[in-house]
Design a protein around this ligand. Structure first.
Ligand code: NIG
Ligand code: FE
Length: 416
């Protein structure tokens, strides 16, 4: 297929994309019919099964996609993209027998990334995160969530969130920030977790929210993270400020964080390896998304998979994300996560695709992205160089993205 040299638009911002095959939600092996797609400015104006373009689109610039498969722009709805340094030595230690929890309890783990992130200046964090962001964009990612949580003090949490905002200005990608002050106990608060939660709720969250840096709030509710009571204090202060909440829950043990998050109207609960059927029911009733993070499961060599059958049976939407972070998921490939969600968690290709599109959008709440190719929705889509939709989950980190469109404009083109 020839490259799209220049995307021509009419003076009114209208374009007709012809001869494409949008992968339908719930796709099961089989051919995908061809259609045309009309874009008006930033939104999809029409999607038709023939060349019966609507009035107003007869004379606009046209681009023939030669029957290419098209999906919504991919959305990575759970990342810790910004962090100082790396933790390869801990990986080596784990291979010599230490566990993730032991390393964390001995002052390594998240806290070692906190040290590195505090030490790094803003430009360094920005440059390093930009490399990871560009790797995701090259796979067709058009929206991303980015958490703080490696600062654990006002200055460094602010630095991280400012970098996240800068990334969204430097690149044509939708960035949603999440304040994760309750990620770990900073060393200066050792033995004083409740005092640290005072700081999170009384100073960090209000200040950073007032500075316009926070779109949502997350908590690591876990034995090596924060207790239910401590997590609840954070969720309460977030919701009192009108901020959406989510939770790292039931990753290493069944603590009941999911039910707590549900009581606060959480958008999602994430990880969920230990979630039980009661928790699944609660999620369904609360309309939450289950965010599955196969990279962390894989990298920690967990043996307990999230209860995918139960989530499926109870109709809980499943999202899939990279969890990009230096401790448990050092990856910037959402396509590889699709592959792992299928191979390790037994999602179908359609579920994996939903997981990085419409369900990921739902996990972000009102983020201006929908993860759906439908009239009135943002014109965010990816044109793929593949013959079958199954290739999206089949290749192991071999991106086949030809180009990506966000809000009607080409934002990434392979080989450029
Ligand atoms: O999502 N579970 C807590 N937080 C991260 C890990 C962070 C780290 O180890 O640096 C996660 O797995
Ligand atoms: Fe995470």
């Amino acid at each position: 297929m020839p490259p799209v040299q220049e995307i021509r638009r009419s003076s009114s911002g209208r374009v007709l994309w012809k001869n494409l095959r949008p992968v339908p939600a719930g796709w099961r092996s089989g051919p995908v019919p061809v259609c045309d797609l009309a874009v008006d400015g930033e939104r999809i104006a029409w999607l038709g099964s023939a060349s019966q373009a609507p009035a107003g689109f007869q004379d606009v610039p046209q681009h023939d996609l030669g029957g290419a498969l098209v999906t919504p722009g991919l959305i990575d709805c759970h990342t810790h993209l910004i962090h100082g340094g790396q933790r390869a030595d801990e990986f080596a230690l784990r291979l010599e027998g230490a566990s993730y929890e032991e390393i964390a309890r001995q002052g390594g783990g998240i806290v070692s990334s906190v040290r590195a992130t505090r030490a790094a200046d803003e430009d360094t964090l920005f440059r390093q995160a930009l490399t990871r962001l560009d790797a995701l964009r090259a796979e067709g990612v058009t929206a991303i969530e980015i958490k703080s949580g490696y600062g654990l003090d006002l200055e460094t949490e602010r630095k991280m969130l400012r970098v996240a905002r800068r990334l969204g200005q430097a690149r044509p990608v939708t960035v949603r920030t999440t304040f994760l002050g309750a990620h770990a106990l900073p060393p200066e608060y050792a033995g004083r977790a409740d005092d640290y939660i005072d700081l999170v709720c009384g100073t960090l969250l209000p200040t950073l929210h007032d500075e316009g840096l926070v779109d949502a709030v997350d908590v690591f509710c876990e034995g090596i993270g924060f207790s239910l009571a401590q997590s609840e204090r954070v969720l309460r202060s977030a919701t009192q400020r009108g901020l959406p909440v989510k939770m790292h829950a039931e990753q290493l043990s069944l603590l009941g964080g999911t039910a707590l998050a549900a009581r606060y109207g959480a958008l999602s609960a994430d990880h969920l390896e230990w979630l039980d059927e009661a928790g699944v029911r609660t999620m369904r009733q609360a309309g939450m998304v289950a965010v599955l993070l196969p990279g962390a499961y894989y990298f920690l060599r967990e043996t307990r998979v999230p209860p995918v059958d139960l989530l499926r049976r109870h109709g809980v939407p499943m999202a899939v994300a990279t969890d990009c972070n230096p401790g448990t998921s050092p990856t910037a490939s959402l396509l590889l996560m699709m592959n792992m969600a299928c191979t390790l968690f037994r999602l179908t290709v359609a579920e994996a695709l939903d997981g990085v599109t419409r369900h990921a959008a739902d996990a972000l709440g009102d983020a201006g992205v929908s993860g759906r190719l439908a009239v009135g929705h943002p014109a965010d889509f990816v044109v793929w160089e593949i013959d079958s939709p199954a290739e999206l989950a089949y290749w192991m980190a071999l991106p086949r993205c030809r180009f990506a469109v966000r809000q009607g404009r080409i934002v990434f083109q392979s080989g450029r």
